[in-house]
Design a protein around this ligand. Structure first.
Ligand code: PLP
Length: 477
């Protein structure tokens, strides 16, 4: 098979891509550093040397700007420190419950062994790689080889970064569906890639027994086809999806696989929410579709599986030809993921089946999901049916606030979802995340109608939030 994953020639095409930031989105420090760096570069030869100062700030690399890393991001604006203390945080996707006791015990045990406190092999602790292999069994259509087809990373994020560092050549185009998990963009930009955005489209589909229309989100395949150019290197998939809660159907993934084959592309399949697929739906592993194993790196996360996001343990799964380069990059980035938490993740995976952990966890999440969905049903507000993950996307376009309502300056220049989310947090007492953040500037208007609510909280907290949210009815058009 003649793949061209390593090819690269730079083209200047900028079709449909919009990663430039309006200066108003930059933090004041970032804006200063950029105007200084810009002036210094432009004036380099022509202008007289500046008067000596004690210290001149160094110019930032452009990749910070291109990757929106200097952006005053939504997490900072909606940080709990900026919100009323009693506000319930359904914005950030962190759990307010610990990993199971037996998983925590495994972490303590790992620290008690001398070896557990030292470097791990760069590819990952053998015990964890074996546990990952056994966790997946034959789900990839074959048994995985832990010596060649699994690499442990410091959380899924670092695995993704390593994969992009390994395969992106300057100017390579990377297709992402919008809304997208916001850390993709900086990681792709830092590694020389050029994001190309294909928005998913909300469509009304009534769900039996529900009063409010289900909103599903679908791919416009003509749009996707048009986004592919000779410079396209890869497509990033995320199913179950953050923030939509969408689980991509087999038919959708097969149609994507068809394009991948036609255009000789590579795929990063982010499946970190693999254990949270509701309603008996099928989680299709993209790598199992015909011809896709050789082209796909699948990404997993112990943090998402075990409510242990602070452990920072994740992994990449794929053919040796894709894992070895990612491992080479990962070795130079972090050398290895932290040892004790790898041991703990291994022990947790080893025990999970016998304890029916994932089955029980899914039931608990289904109850949590029901609390929020019922609250939105009662309010008559449209939401995307969460088929997977722990996010619900709510249509907040009907939320109204008093004309003289005072918003902070950090919201200046932001789409209306920022205002709605701010109003809901401050006036109703429940925080959520405005979704325009997960779009490029050009498509931001689509996201501006939505806010993301996380249900990775205990049921009591969610019930209190649901009660508070009923007050929203007085603020709907
Ligand atoms: C879609 C998606 N991918 C990757 C990650 C990162 O996972 P980890 O915490 O294992 O780095 C997240 C975390 O929120 C996510 O939502």
């Amino acid at each position: 098979m003649a793949f061209r994953f390593a090819s690269s020639t730079i083209v200047a095409a900028s079709r449909g891509v919009s990663t430039n930031l309006a200066p108003r989105f930059l933090t004041p420090q970032a804006r200063r550093a950029f105007s200084q760096s810009h002036t210094r570069q432009q004036g380099h030869a022509a202008t007289a040397a500046p008067a000596p100062t004690k210290f001149t700030p160094f110019a930032n690399s452009a990749r910070l700007r291109d990757g929106r890393a200097l952006y005053q991001d939504v997490w900072t604006i909606f940080n709990s420190a900026n919100l009323p203390p009693e506000c319930i945080n359904l914005g950030q996707g962190y759990m307010n419950f610990p990993p199971p006791k037996w998983a925590r015990a495994a972490a303590v045990d790992a620290l008690d062994v001398t070896e557990g406190n030292h470097y791990a092999p760069a590819r990952g602790r053998p015990r964890l790689r074996k546990a990952v292999k056994e966790f997946y069994g034959t789900q990839f259509g074959k048994e995985l080889d832990p010596e060649k087809e699994i690499m442990i990373s410091s959380g899924a994020n670092q695995g993704l970064h390593a994969a992009w560092a390994a395969f992106l050549c300057p100017g390579d185009e990377v297709i992402m569906f919008e809304p997208f998990f916001d850390l993709y963009l900086p990681a792709i930009a830092f590694n020389g890639g050029k994001p190309v955005y294909v928005p998913l489209h909300p469509s009304e589909e009534p769900v039996p027994g529900r009063n409010v229309g289900k909103q599903s989100w679908s791919i416009d395949f003509d749009e996707l086809r048009r986004a592919i150019t000779p410079r396209t290197k890869m497509i990033v998939l995320n199913s179950p999806h953050n923030p939509l809660g969408k689980v991509f159907s087999r038919a959708e993934l097969e149609a994507i696989a068809q394009l991948v084959r036609e255009h000789d592309l590579m795929v990063i399949s982010d499946e970190v929410y693999e254990s949270l697929v509701f309603d008996g739906l099928e989680h299709v592993r993209f790598a199992t579709l015909p011809g896709m194993w050789e082209r796909t790196i699948t990404v997993g996360s112990a943090g998402k599986l075990f409510a242990a996001t602070g452990w920072r343990v994740g992994w990449l799964v794929g053919p040796q030809a894709l894992i070895d380069p990612a491992l080479a990059a990962s070795t130079r980035i972090v050398f290895c993921a932290n040892t004790p938490m790898q041991e703990a993740a291994a022990a947790a995976l080893e025990q999970a089946r016998e304890r029916r952990f994932f089955e029980n966890q899914l039931e608990e999440y289904a109850q949590r999901r029901a609390v929020l969905m019922d609250a939105f049903e009662k309010l008559g507000m449209e939401y995307a049916w969460p088929e997977g993950s722990y996010f619900i996307l709510l249509n907040i376009s009907r939320v109204r606030w008093p004309e003289d309502y005072k918003f902070p300056d950090s919201l200046n220049g932001r789409a209306d979802d920022f205002k709605a989310a701010w109003f809901i947090a401050n006036h109703i007492g429940v925080s959520c995340i405005p979704v325009s953040e997960f779009y490029c500037d050009e498509h931001m208007h689509i996201g501006a109608n939505y806010a993301r609510f996380s249900f990775c909280k205990d049921v009591d907290t969610l019930r209190t939030a649901a009660e508070r949210l009923q007050k929203l009815r007085w603020h709907l058009s």
